[in-house]
Design a protein around this ligand. Sequence first.
Ligand SMILES: C[S@@+](CC[C@H](N)C(=O)[O-])C[C@H]1O[C@@H](n2cnc3c(N)ncnc32)[C@H](O)[C@@H]1O
Length: 217
Amino acid sequence: MLSNLWIKAAAQHRLMYECTWLGRPIIQFPTDVLAIQELIWTIKPDWIVETGVAHGGSLVLSASILELLGRGHVVGIDIEIRPQNRSAIESHPMAKRIRLIEGSSIDPATIAKAKGLIGDAKTVMVVLDSNHTADHVRRELELYAPLVSSGSYIVVHDGAQAWVSDIPRGKPEWKDDHPLIAIESFVAGNPDFTIDPRWTRLGITSSPNGFLKRRVS
Ligand SMILES: C[S@@+](CC[C@H](N)C(=O)[O-])C[C@H]1O[C@@H](n2cnc3c(N)ncnc32)[C@H](O)[C@@H]1O
């Protein structure tokens, strides 16, 4: 209950816009940043595919952990990469591990470009953080889950949108339109994926039920 209250207060005060990672603004709660670095260190992916770039903070986070692992690349997909963000990302010390694709995450041309980059990489992880409507996230899950390798993860951010529709800065429509709806229906129809509670064990998260593990085959 306290975690839920903190999430509401934090969303109202826009605390997810407060932090940077290696100089780039990252739109995440600190506990989710901790979870993502643990996950990348555990999975050691060859490629991370991320939808939703914004200022590039989450891309730089992924790239920096890959850099410490000495392997891997991250591709960021966004419908609009503003010139100042592109230039900051492309001139960042972690840029060598980052690729950018501009386009809607659910456009077949975007998916084709992402597939072209990851090729036949053995270990692939996906993070979804673009448009958070249920329909969009459901479509992203259908399109990107097949890229996820055995034992790896697809992370769906911002399911907590469901809990903040009633704060002054929230939107009433979020009550019935949020990523948790997409997660629930996807998992119900895809027994290959299960919700792994390990990565949200700190309670405070913007991604409840958002860490989906692909069964080891
Ligand atoms: C919450 S921000 C991403 C935050 C970033 N992952 C981070 O942690 O710093 C959402 C981003 O999704 C992008 N976006 C919205 N609709 C999209 C779509 N259909 N395809 C790709 N990106 C989209 C927006 O332009 C915005 O930059």
